[in-house]
Design a protein around this ligand. Structure first.
Ligand code: NAD
Ligand code: TYD
Length: 352
């Protein structure tokens, strides 16, 4: 049995679905179901006794303590977080609350549980913390990609809160001996990605005949990783990662935002052409830049490859095609998640 937090969000739900498709080991899935958590993502698991969903907060010590005592997991994987940079700019408080305070309370509950385990259980136990490359800050065009030794220089309230949580996780290993692992991953894309983030937003808006907003000059670079590759990397780190170590996970796929959006438009032109025969690229609109916008992220995923033999299976070309097809085949999912609350957000963010 493992306990996953945030398993109704984008990456967490992909992880839960992948795990249960290849393994009989059960999952307790603790998720607060914020705007970003969505039980529709887990519909395929309805009636599957290996998936136990619990709605709740990682910061609720009584609840987490009870779940740990009841299910005796051999590992906790922490995906739960507030994850959207733009939202952290509008309102940082929830980021501090969940990503820092919540992670602290989770660590405390897990530490108490781990302390009480018999020696063999203690040795086998793992706490895996899922983090981001954004903690390292921004790179210039010619700088080498982030290695695990790169100093932390977070620039947004989101990345600062994730950096703080990474430091807490590290401290619980060094101070209390908690068997932790941390992964720092680049931008993910794939199924069940909430349409507030660039790739699903562009697909969603394109099909709805809306504008495709590009912040600033669109030359900011991200290193894209297909979400199933992230899930396989996490499984590998959980299996064989060295305790107390951090592992950078990336797709070796650096792309400028404008290139990503043009690729999406070309793919949609091919798979679902506009009724008027024009390209979706005509919907591209340059908008005001994000404050403090990081120019470039790039991950050097050499350590995880050398130490643990992990490499991504997808290139950007193969992953993005799968993603576009998934959104075309699952338009009802996007309709369902773009609720009133979503429309309020879009109004606030893009109509200024
Ligand atoms: P997401 O926003 O899609 O999902 C987050 C999930 O956490 C949601 O289901 C939400 O309901 C849940 N949650 C939020 N606060 C909670 C709380 N207090 N208690 C319990 N559950 C809570 O995020 P995601 O994109 O799936 O990211 C998952 C993790 O991976 C995050 O820690 C994020 O920082 C990290 N990460 C994401 C990316 C990316 O590109 N999306 C890249 C690198 C790292
Ligand atoms: P996003 O998906 O929000 O991820 P992150 O900020 O964590 O990297 O954004 C990816 C890139 O796309 C980032 O450089 C900001 C840019 N972007 C736009 O240009 N327009 C948009 O509407 C959004 C949401 C993002």
């Amino acid at each position: 049995m493992i306990l996953v937090t945030g398993g109704a969000g984008f990456i967490g739900s992909n992880f839960v679905l992948d795990w249960l498709a290849r393994d009989s080991e059960a999952i307790v899935n603790l998720d607060l179901l914020t705007y970003a958590g969505n039980l529709h993502n887990l519909q395929a698991l309805e009636g599957d006794s290996r998936h136990i969903f619990v709605r709740g907060d990682i910061g609720d010590a009584d609840l987490v303590t009870r779940l740990l005592a009841q299910h005796q997991p051999r590992a906790v994987i922490n995906f739960a977080a507030e994850s959207h940079v733009d939202r952290s700019i509008h309102g940082p408080e929830e980021f501090i609350q969940t990503n820092i305070v919540g992670t602290f309370h989770l660590l405390e509950s897990v530490r108490a549980y781990w302390n009480a385990l018999p020696q063999a259980g203690q040795a086998d136990f793992r706490f895996l913390h899922v983090s981001t490359d954004e903690v390292y800050g921004s790179l210039n065009k010619d700088e080498p990609a982030f290695k695990e030794t790169h100093c932390y220089q977070p620039n947004s309230p989101y990345s600062a809160s994730k950096a703080a949580s990474d430091h807490l996780v590290r401290a619980y290993h060094h101070t209390y001996g908690l068997p932790v692992l941390t992964t720092n991953c680049s931008n993910n894309y794939g199924p069940y990605h909430f349409p507030e983030k660039l790739i699903p937003l562009v697909i969603h808006n394109a099909l709805a005949g809306k504008t495709l907003p590009i912040y600033g000059d669109g030359q900011q670079i991200r290193d894209w990783l297909y979400v199933a590759d992230h899930c396989s990397a996490i499984r590998r780190v959980l299996e064989s990662g060295r305790l107390g170590e951090t592992y950078n996970i990336g797709g070796w796929n650096e792309k400028a935002n404008l290139e990503v959006v043009n690729t999406l438009c070309a793919m949609l032109d091919e798979l679902q052409p506009r009724a008027d025969g024009k390209s979706y690229a005509e919907q591209i609109t340059f908008v005001k830049d994000r404050p403090g916008h990081d120019r470039r992220y790039a991950i050097d995923a050499g350590k995880i490859e050398k130490e643990l033999g992990w490499k991504p299976a997808e290139t950007f070309a193969t992953g993005i095609r799968k993603t576009v097809r998934w959104y075309l085949d699952n338009q009802q999912w996007a309709q369902d998640v773009t609720s009133g609350a979503y429309r309020d957000w879009v109004q606030r963010q893009y109509v200024a």
